[in-house]
Design a binder for this molecule. Structure first.
Ligand SMILES: Nc1nc2c(c(=O)[nH]1)N(C=O)[C@@H](CNc1ccc(C(=O)N[C@@H](CCC(=O)O)C(=O)O)cc1)CN2
Ligand SMILES: Nc1ncnc2c1ncn2[C@@H]1O[C@H](COP(=O)(O)OP(=O)(O)OP(=O)(O)O)[C@@H](O)[C@H]1O
Length: 201
């Protein structure tokens, strides 16, 4: 496990991103199947009707088998799409089966913006979040854009609002002993890896 103490956030990001990029194609496929097994029968996944996921980038664990399973069960699945303006914001948009995708400015695939298919994040049941690093206390280190934290900022104000459930998805090699908390960080209920669950609050 990575020890965060003494490492700056940029240095920690570099180390963790490098670790996940070094996984082979075979390791990635295995991890993705094991992740599906960790989640598919869990009540948080089974009960959720509206689920946000992401398309893998930069060695992230691949949630596409989970997305297909969700669609097979008749759930609606959503992806983050970057706003043209303001550029610091993203929205969650329903992905239609077979829909064409294109690369956003970070090279991550996303559907073309269709506001009518977007849903406010607080009306989703479950958000499965990409991350660079996580700890067992609900801590999440992202790519550094602040996109998820901005989308979830309402939770800091409306403290009684528990929707949606937030779960991080990660490879086991992205685990850190303890992440420093920033004032804008919203904690995860848990992070699920190819190996198991690491509970937050
Ligand atoms: N799969 C996936 N989709 C996602 C995210 C994510 O982390 N993973 N995001 C989660 O927030 C948002 C995109 N956030 C991102 C923030 C920074 C960089 C990034 O690669 N930055 C480069 C340099 C920037 C550039 O190319 O202009 C870097 O740090 O090397 C990528 C995505 C929305 N979609
Ligand atoms: N609620 C917010 N309102 C305004 N700015 C914010 C908010 N949350 C985060 N930011 C800004 O975003 C920047 C990046 O934050 P941070 O490093 O925590 O991102 P991250 O969680 O790693 O990224 P991401 O969520 O995109 O994966 C910070 O400089 C911070 O000031």
């Amino acid at each position: 496990m990575i020890v965060a103490d003494g490492l700056s956030r940029p240095a920690l990001r570099r180390t963790l991103r490098q670790a996940r990029r070094q996984l082979s194609g075979q390791q990635q496929r295995l991890a993705s199947r094991r992740l599906l097994r960790q989640l598919a029968q869990h009540p948080l996944f089974r009960r959720a009707r509206h689920i946000a996921l992401y398309l893998p980038n930069d060695g992230e664990i691949d949630p596409r088998p989970l997305m297909l399973e969700a669609q097979r069960r008749g759930k609606s699945t959503y992806l983050p799409v970057l706003n043209a303006w303001p550029r610091t914001r993203m929205a969650f948009q329903r992905l239609m089966p077979g829909e064409a995708l294109r690369s956003n400015r970070f090279g991550i695939a996303e559907p073309a913006v269709r506001p009518a298919r977007q849903r406010k994040i607080w009306t989703l049941d479950l958000v499965l979040m990409p991350l660079v690093g996580f700890d067992a206390f609900g801590g999440r280190l992202g790519m550094g854009g602040g996109f998820y934290d901005r989308s979830l900022a309402y939770r800091k104000v409306r403290k009684k609002c528990h929707k949606p459930t937030l779960l991080g998805l990660a490879h086991e090699c992205q685990k850190v002993d303890r992440l420093p908390l920033e004032s804008w960080d919203v904690s995860l209920q848990a992070t699920v890896t190819d190996d198991g669950w690491y509970g937050g609050k």
